[in-house]
Design a protein around this ligand. Structure first.
Ligand code: ADP
Ligand code: MG
Length: 291
């Protein structure tokens, strides 16, 4: 497991001085007080769509190095919460703090560059590329710097070295996810589960600290689900933090050490799995659900 991706560029590797400047605000000053060990803190998050309040004053924290599950019946507001955290939606209220900084309202790529990364479905144009190309072309941390160097005379040697490094990292990642035998396959020809492995592999190229996965096991056959879960656990052991949004309660109970439950836009309960499993309100919320 020593030659796994991220070993050289894991959570500690980022230099905060290289991150883009952020405007100082009162919220941000307060955020400096966020204790270490809480990379993600959501406070009073709100999101409305017309007359629907999809997220209704939700607050929770994700501990560093944890595998935290966010569950709830269909329509509970899980994906909307996820989209507000990652900048896909603008929240109507509340704050998202990441590593002590206010990231509320920032663009998805800015948030990703700071190390909070979500997986994306393989887009159509990427389906027409090979698995190898998908990883070679994945967005990466410090992209701007790399592009700048590639057009600066005198730094060409360094650029070539970087390209060799990227290629090595890509192959390590392919091997880590056991999709190296598919390197020359078009992404469009992959099975549902293989696609999910590729999506996770692409997300890792950004050199994240925290990974957010929204129903990563949907449509995945049991053996690939097992493999995907195994890789998630292996990455967590390396220090990555996960927030896993899932509808399947059993899967979360078996794999997460902390579980957050949403229902009708609100936080219903949170705690260790065994406590959540026996929580009357949670059982009631899931009643009648096909789980
Ligand atoms: P979950 O992921 O827990 O199933 P969602 O966050 O997708 O729930 O949805 C929460 C509520 O918000 C639902 O009532 C859903 O219909 C509504 N909703 C989600 N996204 C949109 C949208 N883009 N426009 C309008 N309503 C939406
Ligand atoms: Mg959803």
């Amino acid at each position: 497991m020593s030659d796994t991706p991220g070993a050289a560029g894991g959570p500690e590797a980022k230099d905060p001085e290289e991150l883009p400047d952020v405007e100082e605000s009162d919220v941000e000053k307060a955020a400096q007080e966020t204790p270490r060990g809480l990379p993600l803190r959501v406070q009073n998050l709100e999101k409305r769509f017309g007359g629907i309040t999809a997220v209704d004053g939700v607050s929770f924290e994700v501990e560093e190095g944890s595998l935290t599950g966010l569950i709830g019946p269909n329509g509970a507001g899980k994906s909307t919460t996820f989209n507000c955290i990652t900048g896909v939606h603008d929240a109507d209220g509340g704050t998202v703090l990441f590593k002590g900084e206010d990231i509320t309202g920032r663009k998805p790529h800015e948030i990703a560059n700071r190390g909070l990364v979500r997986t994306f479905q393989i887009a159509r144009e990427l389906e027409e590329m090979t698995v190898l190309e998908n990883l070679m072309l994945a967005p990466r941390g410090q992209v701007g710097e790399k592009l700048y160097k590639s057009v600066t005379p005198g730094l060409r040697g360094e650029v070539i070295e970087q390209e060799i490094d990227i290629r090595e990292e890509v192959w390590e990642t392919l091997e880590f996810f056991e999709i190296d035998h598919l390197a020359e396959e078009y992404a469009g020809n992959l099975s549902g589960g293989q696609r999910k492995l590729l999506e996770l592999a692409r997300a890792l190229m950004v050199d994240p600290d925290v990974l957010l996965l929204d129903e990563p096991f949907a449509g995945v056959n049991p053996s690939l689900e097992e493999k995907l879960l195994d890789r998630v656990h292996a990455l967590r052991e390396q220090g990555y933090t996960f927030l896993l949004v899932e509808h399947d309660m059993d899967l979360i109970m078996e794999n997460c050490e902390h579980v957050i439950v949403m229902h009708q836009g609100k936080l219903l309960a949170e705690g260790p799995p065994e406590e959540i499993r026996n929580n009357e309100q949670v059982i009631e919320a899931y009643l009648g659900e096909d789980i």
